[in-house]
Design a protein around this ligand. Structure first.
Ligand SMILES: Cc1ncc(COP(=O)(O)O)c(C=O)c1O
Length: 431
C-alpha cells in the first residue's frame, strides 16, 4: 500500500492537489474556547458573526418567527431557478435602497437573480463577466475568499490600494493607480470586473464617503467612455451595508452620474442576507444588476441561471420566502428594522470603545460593520502577544482582524488595551 501522499497523487489531478482550506479563524476560535474551558478570563474577537454580550449567536427574533411560520411549500419546495419573484424584487429594494424607484425612473433598468448568499453572487459575476485567465480588480486588502472564488473560476486578482499613500489630498482613493490598473486591464483583457466591498469593508470596517465614492465611479465612467469597445462591470459587495451609517450611499452617488451613463458600464450589487438578517447558514443572496437597457438585463437572467444550475442548482427557497415576507409586511419590516438598528448601534458602541482604548495604534480606517483591522508586518506574532493578555483575535495576511461583532460590549475597551499593550511590548513604532 502506497503512502497517503502517493495515493493523493494517483487520485487527485494537480489543480485539485494545490487547494487548501482556510482554517486560521477556526484555529484561533478553538484557542479561545480552550482557554475559556480552562477557566481563564478571556475575550473572543475571533468570530465573523454577531454575538451578544454573553457570547451567544444573535438571531433577529423576527427572522426566527417568520421562518417558523412559513408554509410547508416554502419550507420544502424548490425555488424557481432565478429565485422567487417577490424575493427578486425585495433583494433589489434592500440592495439599492429607498431610491430604487427613483433610479429606475431616471433611466437604469434593474434585475436580480437569487444566489446562495453574497458569495454565490460574486461567483455568478466571476463566471460570466470575464474570460478564463482574466483578472478581477479588487482593493489591496480584501476578504480572503475573493481569491478562492477567482481560483475556482480560473481567474486571477489585480489590486489597487485600499488607502492611498499619496498625502496630497484627503481622500483614500488613489485615482491615479485605479485608472492605471483599469487602463492596463482594458488593454490586456478588454473587459473589467471590479469587486468593491463597500460600505463597511471586511476586514477593516472602512466606508468610502460621498466624495470618495464619486471619485471611484468617475474612474469607471471615464474609462468606459474612453474605451467604448471594452466592457466594464463595477460590482458593489454590500454584505455589511445594513450596518453602515450610509447603507445606500452608492445609490445617491450613482444617481449623480445617471444622465450620462455609458452603455458599456454594468453596475451590480452582491446582495447578502447573511448579516442583515442574521442567517449566515441559510445561504440567501442575489446578484442585483442595473443598466440602461431592459433587453440587456433580461438577457443576463438565463445566463446566470445556467451557471447556478450547473453549480448549486437552485438557491434555497426558505430564506427567500422569509425575507420577502418580512419586507412586504407593514408590521414585520419595521419590527425587523428596529432590531437591526439596535444591533447596528451595538456595533457602533463596541467599535468606539475598542478604537478609543487603542488610540495611537495604526488601525486602518474603521467606520462601520463587523470588523476592525490593524496592519502589521508579523500578524501571528502580534496575535500571540495579544492572546497572552487574554484577548483572541485573528492573524490575516497583512494584519490582525478584530471581530467587533463578537466582542462583548463591556470587554471592547479591554480588547483595545490588550492590543495596544501587546503592540508596544513588541516595539512596534507609533505612526
Ligand atoms: C466581504 C464579504 N463579502 C461577501 C460575503 C458573503 O457572505 P454570504 O455568502 O454568507 O452572503 C462575506 C461574508 O463573510 C463577506 O465578508
Amino acid at each position: 500500500m502506497e503512502g497517503d501522499s502517493e495515493i493523493a497523487q494517483i487520485l487527485l489531478p494537480p489543480h485539485a492537489m494545490a487547494k487548501g482550506g482556510n482554517d486560521v479563524i477556526y484555529a484561533w476560535l478553538a484557542r479561545y474556547q480552550a482557554a475559556k474551558s480552562r477557566g481563564e478570563d478571556v475575550v473572543n474577537g475571533t468570530i465573523g458573526a454577531l454575538l451578544d454580550d454573553d457570547g451567544e449567536l444573535i438571531l433577529n427574533p423576527i427572522v426566527g418567527q417568520v421562518l417558523n411560520e412559513l408554509t410547508d411549500v416554502d419550507k420544502g419546495a424548490y425555488s424557481p431557478l432565478p429565485g422567487l419573484p417577490e424575493f427578486r424584487e425585495t433583494a433589489q429594494k434592500l440592495a439599492i435602497g429607498p431610491k430604487l424607484q427613483q433610479l429606475r425612473n431616471l433611466g437604469l433598468e434593474t434585475e436580480a437573480v437569487a444566489s446562495p448568499g453574497g458569495c454565490g453572487a460574486l461567483y455568478l459575476s466571476a463566471r460570466n463577466l470575464l474570460s478564463s485567465s482574466d483578472s478581477i480588480l479588487v482593493r489591496s486588502t480584501y476578504w480572503g475568499p475573493y481569491k478562492t472564488i477567482a481560483e475556482e473560476c480560473g481567474l486571477n486578482l489585480v489590486d489597487w490600494p485600499l488607502v492611498s499613500e499619496s498625502s496630497n489630498d484627503n481622500s483614500v482613493v488613489d485615482r491615479t493607480i485605479l485608472s492605471d490598473r483599469i487602463k492596463s486591464l482594458v488593454s490586456s483583457q478588454g473587459r473589467i470586473l471590479a469587486w468593491l466591498n463597500d460600505p463597511a469593508h471586511n476586514p477593516t470596517g472602512m466606508s468610502l464617503n460621498a466624495q470618495e465614492r464619486a471619485e471611484v465611479l468617475t474612474c469607471f465612467v471615464d474609462a468606459a467612455k474612453q474605451n467604448p469597445e471594452a466592457g466594464f462591470t463595477l460590482l458593489l459587495d454590500t454584505a455589511y451595508a445594513l450596518y453602515a451609517n450610509e447603507p445606500h450611499g452608492w445609490t445617491d452617488t450613482v444617481i449623480e452620474f445617471i444622465d450620462d451613463w455609458p452603455s458599456n458600464l454594468l453596475l451590480c450589487w452582491a446582495f447578502s442576507a447573511s448579516k442583515s438578517h442574521t442567517i449566515y447558514g441559510l445561504r440567501c443572496g442575489a446578484l442585483v444588476m442595473a443598466h440602461p437597457s431592459r433587453e440587456f438585463v433580461d438577457r443576463m437572467v438565463p445566463m446566470l441561471v445556467h451557471t447556478g444550475r450547473g453549480t448549486w442548482s437552485g438557491s434555497p427557497r426558505m430564506p427567500q420566502a422569509m425575507v420577502s415576507t418580512i419586507h412586504n409586511s407593514g408590521e414585520l419590516e419595521p419590527s425587523w428594522d428596529a432590531i437591526r438598528g439596535g444591533l447596528s448601534e451595538m456595533l457602533v458602541q463596541r467599535r468606539r470603545l475598542l478604537l478609543d482604548a487603542g488610540k495611537g495604534l495604526p488601525f486602518d480606517p474603521s467606520h462601520d460593520g463587523y470588523f476592525a483591522h490593524i496592519s502589521d508586518p508579523n500578524p501571528v506574532e502580534l496575535c500571540e502577544a495579544i492572546a497572552e493578555r487574554g484577548v483572541y483575535v485573528v492573524p490575516l495576511s497583512k494584519g490582525v482582524r478584530i471581530g467587533v461583532c463578537s466582542l462583548p460590549t463591556n470587554k471592547a475597551a479591554r480588547a483595545g488595551e490588550a492590543i495596544a499593550d501587546a503592540w508596544r511590548s513588541l516595539g512596534r513604532s507609533e505612526d
